[in-house]
Design a protein around this ligand. Structure first.
Ligand code: UD1
Ligand code: CA
Length: 456
């Protein structure tokens, strides 16, 4: 069975009060429309058609990379009119699935149930019961409990407005039926729009049964019309993600204070995450990893038994087993740490590889560098990698000891087991096994007096 998915995304979203089209607003750093698209891609044998109108070019560019048939609806004359634009792409025997670009949390399982309810004699409709149904189309049922039609809020009678079962807008219907009904739509209603919901009454008149199903959780079918609803669904989505992570062996001190804006591609057990941690991009984490409060990690690979203390920022980095990072460390892109490396407070690394068991514990900048194993880099050491125009590399041999407050002026190589005296400005390569220092001899000036305050 071929599925043809039509996603409605032509509306402006006036209530967002935004320059951006509504469907490009984001949940967990991913646009509403991309959420819907990603879910629809999980449906087998499916092709996706997206109806765009308001700022269509911007919407298309945002998802350029994806297998989507874009269909323009230049005037937004209603949900039925929107689906009409896709008529040429609907095969008679297709099951047409209608989704909304501003209803981002719909689940694959809910859609599959809907699809399984479609046949020659039926149309499948996703409905939900809401305590406050205001604004939604109401599901009208007859004395036998069968759906007879949908009435929009603005067209509803007072007694119909009391109905709490509402239309989610999401439906599945056989292609040939839908095409017949679309061709008969009128705009004879309170909003003078072509309502997709009118097909329900047409289906009933044609002797079809309307089979309804409901999502497990109403959040799945909530739409975004304003930023309050956007924020609500962001939290709902984060809750879903955090629960899935807890089921896989991650502990959160407070599940409400964690955000995943990307994906965890591999995950060990007994991961312990403190409050206010944010993961972005693509992340993998091994077993027994501890992550301290207020830490942001983006695109990183973290091996087993790593401990990251509070307030670290880590981006595009690979961290080996049993490393200890932070508090207050910053690992910038292309940082690679081998096993048992210690990176302490106020240390910044960029494009640096550090071999096993080395320590950079306090107040350092190490950039464009290759640091060997068992190196100890003293407090305040800086690689001077930039001459204002070009970047140069610093190589530090295994077992080297760099005294505090040294500047390593790249390009430069520190020999194996070399010792650099504190406060040295290293401008030339230093030999293995020896002490190098650039300090002037300490002197004391006899009779020197502190200056006193001059004038009145
Ligand atoms: C629609 C349904 C209503 C349902 C509600 C659920 C109709 C007539 N009404 O109402 O029964 O309870 O959704 O949220 O279908 N769109 C277009 N082109 C258009 C008009 C709309 O692409 O010409 C898109 C919008 O961008 C949006 C979706 O369709 O993504 C829904 O449109 P909207 O105007 O919000 O419909 P509602 O009045 O909320
Ligand atoms: Ca709406």
């Amino acid at each position: 069975m071929k599925i043809t998915t039509i996603v409605l995304a032509a509306g402006k979203g006036t209530r967002m009060q935004s320059q951006l089209p509504k469907v490009l607003h984001k949940i967990a750093d991913k646009s509403l429309l991309r959420h819907v698209f990603d879910t629809s891609m999980q449906i087998a044998n499916n092709s996706v058609h997206i109806i765009v109108g308001h700022q269509a070019a911007l919407v298309q560019v945002s998802m350029q990379d994806l297998p989507i048939n874009w269909i323009e609806q230049s005037q937004q004359l209603g949900t039925g009119h929107a689906v009409q634009q896709a008529t040429d792409f609907i095969g008679n025997d297709d099951v047409v699935l209608v989704l909304f670009g501003d209803v981002p949390l719909i689940k694959e399982s809910t859609i599959n149930t809907l699809i399984s309810n479609v046949n020659d004699d039926s149309l499948a409709l996703l409905t939900v019961n809401l305590n406050n149904p205001h604004g939604y189309g109401r599901i009208v049922r007859n004395g036998l409990g069968n759906v007879t039609n949908i009435v929009e809020e603005k067209d509803a009678t007072e007694s119909q407005k009391l109905i709490t079962e509402v239309n989610t807008g999401i439906m599945a219907v056989l292609g040939k039926d839908l095409k017949t009904w679309l061709s008969r739509l009128s705009n004879n209603n309170a909003q003078a729009e072509y309502y997709l919901t009118e097909v329900i009454a047409m289906a009933v008149l044609d002797g079809k049964t309307i089979v309804t199903s409901q999502p497990i959780n109403a959040d799945e079918v909530l739409g975004v019309n304003n930023r309050i609803q956007l924020a609500y669904l962001e939290r709902a989505y984060q809750q879903i993600q955090v629960e899935a992570l807890m089921e896989q062996g991650v502990s959160f001190r407070d599940p409400k204070r964690f955000d995943l804006r990307g994906s965890l591609v591999s995950l060990g057990q007994d991961i312990d995450i403190d409050v206010n941690v944010i993961f972005e991009g693509t992340i993998s984490i091994g077993n027994n990893v501890k992550i301290g409060a207020n830490t942001i990690i983006k695109n990183a690979k973290i091996a087993d038994n790593v401990e990251i203390f509070a307030n670290c920022i880590i981006e595009d980095a690979v961290i080996g087993e049993s490393c200890r990072i932070g508090p207050y460390a910053r690992l910038r892109p292309e940082t690679t740490l081998a096993d048992n490396v210690h990176i302490g407070n106020f240390v910044e690394l960029k494009k640096a590889s550090v071999a096993s068991a080395s320590k950079i514990n306090h107040l350092s900048y190490i950039g464009d560098a290759e640091v060997g194993s068992k190196v100890n880099i003293g407090a305040g050491t800086i690689t001077c990698n930039y001459d204002g125009v070009n970047k140069f590399k610093t190589i530090i041999g295994d077992g080297a000891f760099i005294g505090s407050d040294s500047q390593l002026i790249a390009p430069v190589t520190i020999g194996k087991n070399a010792t650099i005296g504190a406060g040295t400005t290293v401008t030339k390569n230093t030999p293995d096994d020896q002490l190098t220092l650039s300090r002037v001899k300490q002197i004391t000036i006899p009779g020197w007096q502190r200056p006193t305050k001059q004038g009145n």
